[in-house]
Design a protein around this ligand. Sequence first.
Ligand SMILES: Nc1ncnc2c1ncn2[C@@H]1O[C@H](COP(=O)(O)OP(=O)(O)OP(=O)(O)O)[C@@H](O)[C@H]1O
Ligand SMILES: [Mg+2]
Length: 229
Amino acid sequence: MRITDLTRRQGDFLLKIDNAYFEPGKIHGMIGSNGSGKSTLAKLIMGIIPADSGCIDYEGLTPRDITMTGQKPYLLHSSVYQNLIYPLKIRGIEPRAELVDQWLEKAGLQHKRKQYALSLSSGEQQRLSFARALIFGPKLVIVDETLSNLAPDGVRLFESIMEQQQRENPITWITISHQLVHISKLCDEVHFMEQGRLVQSGTPEQVLKHPTNPSVIQYLANTEVSFKG
Ligand SMILES: Nc1ncnc2c1ncn2[C@@H]1O[C@H](COP(=O)(O)OP(=O)(O)OP(=O)(O)O)[C@@H](O)[C@H]1O
Ligand SMILES: [Mg+2]
């Protein structure tokens, strides 16, 4: 996916991305301070909000190939099962029992299929929302801080689902997170946003270990974990 001269103004915030490339089949990490425009870019890619100018070339992906999971899972007032099969239903795909069981198991919810989704714990709700995002076989998945309320084993579960997906059938991921350990471990490429601009992109090694941009250096100086080692 290629982004060219993309702008969007909201209030006094201006997102302006002159040129960015998200290589297909890779895990892209998006980092940057609060309010730097990460979620705005995610919404522009999803088509949830329109751009003022510029262009996103999806390189053949259509809206039905793209999905996003947010920090707050938007679950339907129904069972775990009904939530899980919802993306299949709206795309007119028959929910095969084998597929549904497989995703319930991956999300660790195999014994909760009949439970009212909103009575799940917050971590379980996030796992359900993640499984629901993936069950229909998207080709681009944006994970906007879905991991932020998760315990370490929950984050690990997400990572293992992503890793398994990449081994079996690589898709494009954009994972937005402040958890730099997660980003450095999992991502093929890292993109750093600052005040609505993409100021540095590269491998985790390049961006997190050898940052060249002063904003990235400043941001990393405030983190507890050192990537220098
Ligand atoms: N409807 C709006 N009107 C005015 N300003 C807005 C609107 N929506 C978003 N913004 C502003 O746009 C800026 C970018 O917000 P965005 O949610 O993209 O940041 P972010 O990088 O995702 O931050 P965080 O890490 O805190 O999630 C913020 O300053 C926000 O206040
Ligand atoms: Mg955000």
